[in-house]
Structures are given as structure tokens and as C-alpha cells.
Design a protein around this ligand. Structure first.
Ligand code: NAD
Ligand code: MG
Ligand code: MG
Ligand code: MG
Ligand code: MG
Length: 333
């Protein structure tokens, strides 16, 4: 594959973590002709997977020693410990420390040594897509940023890494750690995860409380959401409008803004403010350190919501969702 710059041609890259992003990055970098070692905990499942995929595998500290670029692709909340224990004592002066999300650097959970580059490359897609697009000779767009340039080469290294994972074949967009971190958190909280799941639950509850059957409600406010989101994804709101009925369009125009009104947007701004001023990061870090008491409670409430039970029953009968297994007979009732 062609890299637009050869800054990393003779570099050793340590990829720490071999999950969604780690595996995709490591495989793509290797197939781009770069020298990759995977750093994971010995005996863990990732160790065997990376080894079976043909990588040199080492404990994180060992992988960092001698590396010219260290990609930190462990879960965000374990990164501060990985930095303290494996990276800070071992990373070479002038080497680059790369993240795929700016949270820990932006919120100062990690304060990187001053003699290293601190950079970011975040593909705008899950690891599986980053890998499968690369294998097709294409790539997933990436955003990139430089937080600290100790070597004078930080930008060139960042772009070479983005090229190495295939991003350069699609598009790379410059950002900074603050923008990436704050917009990522806002998106998942207000719209994608938090907003969408709460919207669906509220719609489901509204129909159930009005006496409608849960099975019917499930299809109308949850299942069919995928069809709409696929249209957004492929062609924007214009494509959705093209494919839905005139009745659905008129209902969208008059009722959408009644549900998502100015008060919702005002609360979105509150959510954004908590992200920007560090309140969310402080609360989340404290929650994590306390052993996740509220997180576990909130999660259980989601799992116990009545939409989950009816959804499990209905999905068991939708064979295309699980093409390799027959639906369990008990779900026939
Ligand atoms: P993941 O949970 O899929 O994988 C994490 C990996 O880290 C696993 O291999 C796990 O075994 C390993 N690990 C866990 N604890 C470790 C430790 N103490 N020491 C060493 N290794 C350890 O994570 P992910 O979703 O790939 O996320 C990695 C980074 O990429 C995060 O910063 C995330 O915000 C970012 N990111 C993820 C996506 C995505 O689609 N998943 C997209 C963009 C950015
Ligand atoms: Mg994101
Ligand atoms: Mg995120
Ligand atoms: Mg309908
Ligand atoms: Mg609308």
C-alpha cells in the first residue's frame, strides 16, 4: 500500500490493547509494511488472538521499550494506569504516544512526559469496518490531532499512521484533542446512545400506558428505527423523506419539533456545558474509582425495562437476525 509519507517506514510501532480498534490498527499497519508489536497482558484472551494473527506479542511495558510510536488502544478508563505503569517509565524520548480518543489527555488523567509527541488518530468507524474496508483496498475516514510536538515530526507521524490504517485512502480531517473529546462525549450522550435509547423508551412507554400491545409498540418505535437510520446513513434526511409516505412526512414536520423542542435543545446545551467544564469527566472518573455503583444500577434499569423482554421474544422469531441458529422453540409461545 502506498503511504503518502514514509515517516514511520523504519519505526517500531507498539499497539497496546487488541480489542475493536487495536486489532484493526495492528493488522492494517502490518499489511501496510510497518513493523508492529502488540502489547497485551500475558495469559489474557487478546494475547492468544494477536499471536494467532501472526504478531510479535509482549507485555505492554516490554512492547513500549524500543518503540518509536506507542498506540494506546486499551479501554479509556484503564489508560491512566497503563500510562503510569507501562509507558511513562519505558517510552523513548522523541517517541510518539498515540490515542484514538482524547479523553485522558484532555481531562488530564494522563499528563504525558514533555519529551514525547502526543497525537491522535480516530477512525470514524468501528474496528471491524476499519479492517474490512482496508482489506478491500479502501479506508475509513479518520480525524487526527497533535497535542504535543517534541520531535518536530509529530504531524508527519500522525498522518503516516492514519495512512497506515487506511484512513488516507478515504479522508483525514484535522481536529484537536478538545474538539474530539467534547464532541465525542456529546454525541454519545445527547444523541446516539443516551438520546436515542431514551427516545425509544419514552415512545414505547407512551404506547403501553395508552393500552397498546407491547409487541406492536416494539415494532413501531424500536425495530423500525434501523430502517430510518440506514436511510440517514446512506443519503441523509433527504433520503428518508424520499422513502417514507407523505403521511409520515407530514407527521414528521408537525410532530417532530413538538417532541424535540427548544427545551430539549436547552438541556442538550446543559449536557455540553458539563462536558466542557469537566463536570462529566470528574463524575465519571469518581464513579469508576468507586467501583461503578450508579453505573451498575443504571445499567440494570435499562436491562429491566419492559421493552427488553418483548424485544428478546420478537427478535428470536426474526430468523435473519441470527441466521446460523434456529429460534428456540419456547419462544413460539
Ligand atoms: P476494546 O474494549 O475493544 O479493547 C480493549 C483492549 O485492551 C482489549 O484487547 C483488552 O484486552 C485490552 N486491555 C484491557 N485492559 C488492559 C490493560 N490493563 N493492559 C493492557 N491491555 C488491556 O477497546 P476499543 O473499543 O478498541 O477502544 C480503544 C480505544 O479506541 C479507546 O480509546 C476508544 O475510545 C477508542 N475508539 C474506539 C472506537 C470503537 O469503535 N470501538 C472508535 C474510535 C475510537
Ligand atoms: Mg465517537
Ligand atoms: Mg466515545
Ligand atoms: Mg409504522
Ligand atoms: Mg423531522
Amino acid at each position: 500500500m502506498s503511504t503518502t509519507n514514509d515517516t514511520l517506514a523504519n519505526a517500531r510501532i507498539a499497539v497496546l490493547g487488541y480489542g475493536s480498534q487495536g486489532r484493526a490498527h495492528a493488522l492494517n499497519l502490518k499489511d501496510s509494511g510497518l513493523d508492529v508489536v502488540v502489547g497485551v497482558r500475558k495469559g489474557g484472551p487478546s494475547w492468544n488472538r494477536a499471536y494467532t494473527d501472526g504478531f510479535a506479542v509482549a507485555e505492554p511495558a516490554e512492547a513500549v521499550r524500543g518503540a518509536d510510536l506507542v498506540a494506546v488502544l486499551t479501554p479509556d478508563m484503564v489508560q491512566p494506569a497503563v500510562y503510569k505503569e507501562a509507558i511513562e517509565p519505558n517510552i523513548k524520548p522523541g517517541a510518539a504516544l498515540l490515542f484514538a480518543h482524547g479523553f485522558n489527555v484532555h481531562f488530564k488523567q494522563i499528563e504525558p512526559r514533555k519529551d514525547i509527541d502526543v497525537i491522535l488518530v480516530a477512525p470514524k468507524g468501528p474496528g471491524a469496518l476499519v479492517r474490512s474496508e482496508y482489506e478491500r483496498g479502501r479506508g475509513v475516514p479518520c480525524i487526527w490531532a497533535v497535542h504535543q510536538d517534541a520531535s518536530g515530526q509529530a504531524e508527519a507521524k500522525t498522518k503516516a499512521y492514519a495512512d497506515g490504517i487506511g484512513g488516507g485512502r478515504a479522508m483525514i480531517i484535522k481536529t484537536d484533542f478538545k474538539e474530539e473529546t467534547e464532541t465525542d462525549l456529546f454525541g454519545e450522550q445527547a444523541v446516539l446512545c443516551g438520546g436515542a435509547s431514551s427516545l425509544v423508551q419514552a415512545g414505547f412507554e407512551t404506547l403501553i400506558e395508552a393500552g397498546y400491545q407491547p409487541e406492536i409498540a416494539y415494532y413501531e418505535v424500536f425495530h423500525e428505527l434501523k430502517l430510518i437510520v440506514d436511510l440517514f446513513y446512506e443519503g441523509g434526511i433527504a433520503k428518508m423523506l424520499e422513502f417514507i409516505s407523505e403521511t409520515a412526512q407530514y407527521g414528521d414536520y408537525v410532530s417532530g419539533p413538538r417532541v424535540i423542542d427548544a427545551s430539549v435543545k436547552a438541556r442538550m446545551k446543559d449536557v455540553l456545558k458539563d462536558i466542557q467544564d469537566g463536570t462529566f469527566a470528574r463524575n465519571w472518573t469518581a464513579e469508576y474509582q468507586a467501583g461503578l455503583p450508579n453505573y451498575k444500577k443504571y445499567k440494570q434499569a435499562d436491562l429491566d425495562h419492559p421493552i427488553e423482554a418483548v424485544g428478546a421474544k420478537l427478535r428470536a422469531r426474526m430468523t435473519w437476525l441470527h441466521p446460523t441458529t434456529a429460534a428456540p422453540a419456547e419462544s413460539l409461545k
